[in-house]
Write a protein that binds this ligand. Structure first.
Ligand code: BMA
Length: 313
């Protein structure tokens, strides 16, 4: 069974594909990138860069094949702006990119590290040079958020992860204008007890639209005597009513296995914030942070993931 799992997402042999050694300016680590495919086929990663104070900002890396020859912005692309957005006082983290055809803009939903913990912030951009900040859209403690690419039933929809300690589940909220959010509904609950996804789960990359439903890759956090283990599972949700979960995997599909995933600033973490879908509509490139230290790539097939989910739900 475990051999089958490793076939769902196949690690690239050049992993980790980006590390702080590649960076054009001093930093501590680069990880948890958002991802998108630009109209000319270029892969764009919006990388979380942690500086040597422990504060994070974003920096763009571009590559023609999404694997190597990355062109990295020579300066930080998006810095926290605590003067105008006080919620960004301790940095910005974990960007998730969704292209919104209705606005011809990319939405970047990210974590603002506020004095009271993480909150969810939104910025729009057309070119990844200038950003239109919407500020904080979900108050702390909340994170692991991304937008759906288009309105559902006339409203924008956001998946996010508020914390109601000691448990944390995935919720969905709706907005007419991306600024005012309501109609909050529970979307997916963390399991209990010994499960790999007990007590704390969160969205990983933005939801993937398929004919069968919204395919969601989420992380489960298992607390152990030696620390947490971050692993990935999948679930499928109804296209019109994404609060309805059609299928959920019982087993995780991807977890820390290689040395660069098991050892780093935070051990035993695989944390994808973005994917790109090839023009064939099936080949998925999943970009993930490994141990809060570097960026790695795993590839898969959406069709094969859906088949596996059918067999393992
Ligand atoms: C989560 C987030 C991620 C991080 C992970 C492991 O809560 O803060 O940014 O990769 O923990 O440290």
């Amino acid at each position: 069974m475990s051999n089958q799992h490793s076939e769902i997402f196949c690690r690239h042999k050049l992993n980790p594909i980006l590390t702080v050694a590649d960076w054009p300016y001093p930093a501590n680590s680069v990880f948890n990138p958002g991802a998108t495919l630009l109209p000319d086929g270029t892969t764009l990663l919006l990388c979380r860069v942690e500086d040597r104070r422990g504060h994070s900002h974003f920096c763009v890396a571009r590559s023609a094949n999404g694997i190597d020859n990355w062109k990295i912005d020579l300066q930080p692309t998006l810095m926290p702006d605590p003067e105008h957005f006080p919620e960004e006082v301790w940095g910005i983290e974990d960007p998730r990119i969704t292209y919104l055809p209705e606005l011809s803009k990319y939405a970047v939903v990210y974590t603002a590290f506020t004095r009271d913990g993480p909150g969810v912030s939104l910025a729009l951009t057309q070119d990844f040079h200038t950003f239109e900040r919407y500020g904080i859209i979900m108050s702390p403690e909340d994170k692991d958020a991304a937008l759906f690419p288009h309105r559902i039933g006339g409203y924008w929809a956001l998946i996010h992860r508020p914390v109601s300690a000691p448990r944390a589940h995935m919720w969905i909220s709706y907005s007419p204008d991306l600024r005012h959010w309501g109609s909050h509904k529970l979307m997916l609950e963390a399991r209990k007890g010994a499960w790999w996804d007990a007590n704390k789960i969160g969205l990983s990359p933005p939801p993937i639209e398929t004919p069968q439903g919204w395919l969601v890759i989420y992380h489960g956090v298992r607390q152990t005597a030696a620390g947490s283990i971050y692993r990935l599972g999948i679930a499928l949700f109804d296209l019109q009513t994404p609060t309805v979960c059609l299928k959920r995997s019982n087993e995780w599909i991807f977890g820390p296995q290689e040395p660069y995933e098991q050892r780093g600033d935070v051990d035993n973490v695989v944390f994808p914030c973005g994917y790109t879908l090839a023009p064939d509509g099936d080949t998925i490139h999943l970009y993930y942070g490994a141990s809060d230290t570097s960026i790695a790539l795993a590839t898969g097939s959406v069709r094969a993931i859906l088949d596996w989910l059918e067999q393992h739900r």
